[in-house]
Write a protein that binds this ligand. Structure first.
Ligand SMILES: [Zn+2]
Length: 345
């Protein structure tokens, strides 16, 4: 089994004091080297996404907006906290291209699976709007590339970042060839981005091809495990994907400063195993993790390490922080309601 790694840390995409910073990734290679994992991985070189690849999921106006702000020396791209530096247009194209590179390697059978460690992240970037620290939607561009360049009929995207993947949902909302599943903390008007209710299930041809799992605070390993086994597994099996792409955010860890979900590193590793198992059962093991959020840097490093162990077929889990201190809420009624709404039995 061989596992690809694409590394594009975007050191020049940086804003003073911003949580989405290059330190999130700049220490990861020495860390992976120290654990001995790096030597087992197949390095893949990112090339910038082409204009045509960006245009498969974004309007020209968005692409030009990012380019213009960058070329003017940088600044804020929206009314929130999504920023660009003079280098960000090129670096965001490189982050998107990193996903394309990895999809190429997996679909050609050069590696079985992989992990894209690139930034800026992508899952909040909509067709026409940047948001939530995201410039171009890396996972959406990778999904379209799998379809257009490699003939994948159906792509499953699972987003376990603690924030709703509103951008990915927006891009594929009317599309029945991409099943989008997002598990996220949902507190309307209080927690970003505020979308992703259980009633958002897709539109027209895409009806039923968006599965949102909106969580109350402090759902931990047990609740996440139930969601994967009782909702995502049967939904994915019915869909029969040709490849699984994962928007992998590590901000659902209980120590993360931006959220209040309750996953542990062990819980994350178990999700990774469940997804790798699904890929083995449904699509010849073809699975690609693409980094999204995760702002507690040591947690992020360990979460990435554990997913590499999983991709390499190893049982090792490293969890220096243990489970969250709070008690988990019972999510039985949420699970039952979603089963009913999505006809999952
Ligand atoms: Zn996030």
């Amino acid at each position: 089994m061989s596992t690809g790694i694409v590394y594009a840390p975007a050191l020049a995409h940086e804003k003073n004091g911003h949580p989405e910073c290059s330190a999130r990734l700049s220490h990861i290679l020495p860390f992976l080297e120290k654990t001995g994992v790096l030597a087992s991985l197949t390095p893949l070189e990112a090339v910038p996404a082409t204009a045509a690849q960006l245009a498969q999921v974004h309007d020209q106006a968005l692409i030009r907006h990012v380019q213009r702000v960058s070329q003017a020396g940088g600044g804020l791209l929206d009314h929130g906290d999504t920023y660009a530096t003079a280098e960000s247009y090129d670096l965001a194209r490189l982050a998107a291209g990193a996903g394309v590179t990895a999809v190429d390697a997996i679909m050609r059978g050069e590696v079985q699976n992989g992990f894209v460690l690139a930034r800026p992240p992508g899952h909040h970037a909509e067709r026409r709007r940047v948001s939530g620290f995201c410039l171009f939607n890396n996972v959406a561009i990778a999904a379209r590339h799998a379809q257009r360049a490699h003939g994948a009929q159906r792509v499953l995207i699972v987003d376990f970042d603690v924030h709703h993947g509103n951008g990915t949902q927006d891009i594929f909302y009317q599309d029945d060839s991409v099943l989008f599943v997002s598990i996220h903390l949902f507190i309307p008007r209080l927690f970003y981005p505020g979308t992703g209710s259980k009633r958002e299930t897709g539109l027209e041809q895409g009806e039923g091809f968006t599965l949102n799992v909106p969580l109350p605070p402090y759902v931990g390993d047990t609740g996440y495990g139930r969601i994967f086994q009782e909702l995502i597994r049967p939904k994915a099996a019915a869909f029969q994907p040709d490849i699984i792409l994962v928007s992998a955010g590590f901000d659902a860890h209980w120590r993360d400063p931006l959220a209040m979900a309750g996953l542990s590193l062990t819980g994350y590793a178990q999700i990774g195993r469940a997804l790798a198992q699904l890929a083995a059962e449904l699509c010849h093991g073809r699975i690609l993790f693409i980094l999204e959020g995760g702002y507690e840097i040591d947690v992020l490093s360990h979460g990435i390490l554990n997913l590499f162990y999983t991709l390499l077929g190893q049982d090792t889990i490293v969890d220096p922080y243990g489970p969250m201190p709070q008690t988990e809420p019972d999510i039985s009624s949420l699970v039952a309601g979603l089963k009913e709404a999505h006809l999952i039995y």
